[in-house]
Design a protein around this ligand. Structure first.
Ligand code: SF4
Length: 500
């Protein structure tokens, strides 16, 4: 898979950050085949976010390189710091920004501290250790201690600043991590797949790792198994999908109860799920119709939201209005897409009025969505905007979570019951390949710019709409499969009755 590990290549802050996320990732960063990487918009989003935060933090554009430091510029980018770590390990850091602070250094009566832009709501090890590494190397370079680092988040007036003391305890953690990172990079084979495979969604090595997980029947491939359950199962000698599928549910339940009564209850569902995946079985769990709300409905609204989770901003509420034709068939050809953009400068009230008007125009149409996001967002917005109890009740009645219906009525041979996985299994294809929520978010930020006078190209907005419309149609692909199965069931009941 990779070349021979070289002990003398430096340990970088980037490798360290990868390693904190997943040991295997750091190994692949160094030894993996770069062609196996898949683009992820996550990194671009991060850089975009960083750029905005730094603009908000600094009085002017940062200077570049060592000359910027020597001049005492307020902010400096593009500096490479090197040095030695525990056991003489060669180290290297490229801090995203160095900010001038009071103090003294080799350049005069000022000093610098490392700064990074934090993603997510909290400062984690993934931020702390690279900052500590940059602080250590910077202290040597500027010939004066670096007592703290800074993490910034958000932009404009919302810029949050969090100071991180670079103390002895953090230095110890850093040294320990560096020694372990060096040992991992010396391995001839990559470390195991991440215990919590949710983090793989944002990783550029996911193609390689997903293929490996599928081929080795990794336990995380079984829908419903996260890091904790996997650990328990491994302790019980169950190491892969096949072991789990072969387990006796009653015996496994007793064994799992050792970890708490609630764990025993999942034994049967996990074993049968593993069997469904091993044998490609599709199994009906509840004979009742899965979408009874659609039986007499004149049409449905397919609803999907695009969000910026960090800004807690549901910026697009997309609907496909799908009517029935005169013969009662669902007429996809007459489906119309309605994107409702929620722009901050318009205020929520105006967006709510548009949304309410659209929902009122199709008053007796059920609203189909996949997962909880849409129903929660709609109900919360309605509450904030003072909707009456009757109105709230009516929305509650109309909202139909297709994901919940799939889970309740069917067991599928899939490692995930998410929209992408189930709709793709039904043969649905998104028009824009390799686009995901992160890419749509990136497009959104590019289009939104810093406000109405700084909008991006309208084509960017079209890409977002296409992605969102496809998510609505993917929801329909799953819903129409559920309806088909209900109809088949009904037909077989009728045939059975007439034969009797
Ligand atoms: S895809 Fe997952 S297991 Fe593979 S390197 Fe990335 S985070 Fe680790």
């Amino acid at each position: 898979m990779g070349d021979t590990p070289f002990a003398d290549k430096p340990l970088t802050d980037r490798l360290l950050r990868s390693w904190v996320r997943c040991r295997r990732r750091a190994w692949l960063d160094r030894h993996g085949d770069p062609h196996a990487r898949i683009y992820t918009a996550h990194r671009t989003l991060q850089l975009d976010d960083q750029q905005r935060s730094f603009v908000a933090l600094l009085p002017r554009k940062p200077a570049a390189g060592l000359s910027g430091l020597a001049e005492g510029a307020p902010g400096v980018v593009g500096v490479r710091l090197t040095g030695e770590g525990p056991d003489g390990l060669p180290l290297e850091a490229h801090p995203p920004l160095l900010e001038r602070v009071a103090g003294s250094s080799r350049w005069g009566d000022f000093a610098y501290r490392p700064v990074l832009a934090r993603q997510g709501r909290r400062l984690t090890r993934e931020h702390r250790l690279p900052l500590a590494l940059a602080g250590q190397l910077l202290a040597d370079f500027q010939q004066s201690p670096v007592g703290e680092a800074l993490a910034v988040a958000g932009a404009g007036r919302r810029l949050e600043k969090e100071r991180l003391p670079l103390n002895a305890a953090l230095q110890r953690q850093l040294d320990e991590a560096l020694v372990k990172l060096a040992a991992d990079l010396q391995r001839l084979d990559p470390p195991p797949l991440a215990a919590d495979r949710r983090k793989c969604t944002l990783c550029s090595w996911r193609g390689l790792c997903n293929a490996e997980a599928a081929s080795e029947g990794h336990l995380s491939e079984v829908s419903g198994i996260g890091a904790k359950r996997r650990e328990m199962l491994q302790e019980l000698g169950i190491h892969g999908l096949k072991d789990l599928a072969a387990a006796e549910p009653a015996v496994l339940a007793t064994q799992l109860e050792r970890y708490g009564e609630q764990h025993g209850a999942v034994a049967l569902p996990l074993v049968v799920q593993a069997r469904a995946q091993r044998d490609g079985l599709v199994e009906r769990l509840d004979q009742a119709p899965s979408l009874p709300e659609l039986a007499m409905a004149p049409g449905v609204l397919l609803y999907d939201i695009e969000s910026d989770p960090d800004a807690r901003d549901d910026f697009l509420h997309g609907f496909v209005c799908l009517p029935r034709d005169q013969s009662g068939r669902w007429d996809l050809g007459r489906g119309r897409y309605h994107p409702l953009l929620v722009l901050q400068e318009h205020g929520e009230k105006r967006s709510w009025l548009r949304l309410r008007r659209l929902l009122a125009a199709y008053a007796d149409w059920p609203i189909l969505h996949y997962g909880e996001t849409e129903s929660l967002a709609l109900k919360r917005m309605a509450q904030r905007q003072g909707a009456s109890d009757r109105q709230l009740e009516s929305y509650k009645h109309r909202l139909v979570d297709v994901h919940a219906r799939v889970r309740h009525h069917w067991r599928l041979p899939l490692n995930s019951y998410g929209l992408k996985s189930v709709a793709a299994w039904r043969g649905f294809q998104w028009r824009q390949r390799s686009v995901d929520g992160a890419r749509a978010l990136l497009w959104w930020r590019q289009w939104r710019g810093s406000g109405p006078l700084d909008r991006g190209h309208h084509q960017t907005l079209r890409w977002i709409f296409t992605y969102n419309e496809d998510d609505c149609l993917a929801t329909w692909a799953v819903a129409s499969w559920l309806l088909e199965q209900d109809n088949n069931e009904e037909r077989s009941d009728v045939t059975g009755a007439s034969e009797r």
